[in-house]
Design a protein around this ligand. Structure first.
Ligand code: SAM
Length: 291
C-alpha cells in the first residue's frame, strides 16, 4: 500500500530557458505523461517541471522515463515530501487567473484576494479533485456556460470534480445546480468549494450509469473522457430537457471526429465546437417538438 503521508516529487530541473522548457514539454507529452498533473515552477536560478506521486512503483516508472531524456543541463531529481509540506508545496505554482471574460479564479489559500475590476471572483481549492480551471476542458466548458448566462435555470454537472462548473452555472443565473462524481473525495471538495463561494448545490457520489434525475435539466455539462462520453451518450442526453443545452468536453483533438460522429443523432443540433491546443468542447441543443 502506498504511504499516504509521503508524496514523491519527481521531475527535471534546468537553468531558466524558454527553449529548453518548450522542448521538455513536447518530450514529456509525446512520452505519454499526463500533462494535467504537471507542476511548473520557476525561480530566478532554476526552473522545474515535476510530478507528484504517492506510490513508489509509479515513482520508479516516471523516474526511468525522465532519466531517458538526456539533454545537456537538464537534471532528473526526486524529493520526498511529508504531507504537511507537499500539500502546500504544489499550490505555489497555482496562481489566480482569468477563467472566462467575467470570472476570475482565486485559490482559496491565497492571502491576497484582489481581482481585476469588473470581474467576478471564484474561490477554489483543488487539492483533492480535478478542475483548477486551468485545464482547457474545464476552461472551455466554463466559457460556454458563461456564454449561456440567463438562458438556463437548472444545471447538471456530470463528473463534478472540484464543482467549478456548478459554481460558474450558479453565478451565470442558474437557480438550481446538481452535480455528481464517481469519486466521493471530489464530492467533499466540491461541497467545500460551493460553500466557500456562498453557494448551494446538490452534490452526491454517484456514477453516470446510476444517476436518476428527478427532473430533466436546462443545461448539462459532461467533462469526461471521450470513450465515456460515447458509451454514456444516451444517458447523458436523457438528462437534458427538450430545447435545453448539452456541453460535452474532455475531448482530445484526436477524438473530435469520433465524438462528433457518435453525437450525430436526430435529437441533437450541433451549435459550437471550441478547440484549443490539445482539447475541445462541443455545445449541442436538444431539439424540441417544434424543430
Ligand atoms: C475531467 S474531470 C472534470 C471535473 C470538472 N467537472 C471540470 O470540468 O473540471 C472528470 C470527473 O468525472 C469523474 N468521473 C469519471 N467517470 C465518471 C463516471 N462514470 N460517473 C461519474 N463521475 C465520473 C471523475 O472522478 C472526475 O472528477
Amino acid at each position: 500500500m502506498p504511504e499516504k503521508n509521503i508524496q514523491y516529487q519527481v521531475g527535471l530541473k534546468f537553468k531558466p530557458s524558454v527553449t529548453v522548457k518548450e522542448l521538455l514539454l513536447r518530450l514529456l507529452q509525446s512520452a505519454g505523461f499526463d500533462m494535467t498533473t504537471l507542476v511548473d515552477e520557476e525561480d530566478r536560478q532554476q526552473w522545474m517541471l515535476s510530478f507528484y506521486v504517492y506510490d513508489k512503483k509509479a515513482l520508479e516508472v516516471i523516474r526511468a522515463s525522465l532519466r531517458s531524456i538526456r539533454l545537456k543541463g537538464v537534471v532528473c531529481f526526486t524529493k520526498e515530501h511529508h504531507k504537511d509540506v507537499w500539500s502546500v508545496q504544489w499550490k505555489k505554482g497555482w496562481k489566480p487567473f482569468e477563467l472566462t471574460k467575467r470570472f476570475y479564479v482565486i485559490p482559496l489559500w491565497q492571502e491576497r484576494r484582489s481581482y481585476p475590476k469588473g470581474m467576478i471572483p471564484l474561490y477554489l481549492d483543488t487539492t483533492n479533485a480535478f478542475g483548477t480551471g486551468l485545464h482547457e476542458t474545464t476552461k472551455f466548458t466554463s466559457q460556454i456556460i458563461d456564454s449561456l448566462q440567463g438562458c438556463f435555470k437548472t444545471f447538471l454537472d456530470v463528473g463534478t470534480g472540484t464543482g467549478l462548473l456548478a459554481i460558474v452555472a450558479l453565478k451565470s443565473g442558474a437557480t438550481r445546480a446538481v452535480g455528481f462524481d464517481i469519486d466521493p473525495g471530489a464530492v467533499v471538495a466540491a461541497r467545500q468549494n460551493l460553500k466557500a463561494n456562498g453557494l448551494k448545490a446538490v452534490l452526491k457520489a454517484c456514477t453516470v450509469e446510476r444517476f436518476v434525475p428527478l427532473k430533466k435539466f436546462d443545461l448539462v455539462a459532461a467533462n469526461l473522457v471521450s470513450p465515456d462520453l460515447i458509451e454514456f451518450r444516451d444517458r447523458i442526453i436523457s438528462f437534458v430537457r427538450p430545447g435545453g443545452w448539452l456541453v460535452v468536453s474532455g475531448i482530445s483533438l484526436a477524438n473530435i471526429a469520433r465524438v462528433k460522429k457518435a453525437f450525430n443523432v436526430p435529437s441533437l443540433r450541433l451549435l459550437k465546437v471550441v478547440k484549443g491546443k490539445e482539447w475541445a468542447a462541443i455545445l449541442f441543443k436538444i431539439r424540441d417538438e417544434n424543430e
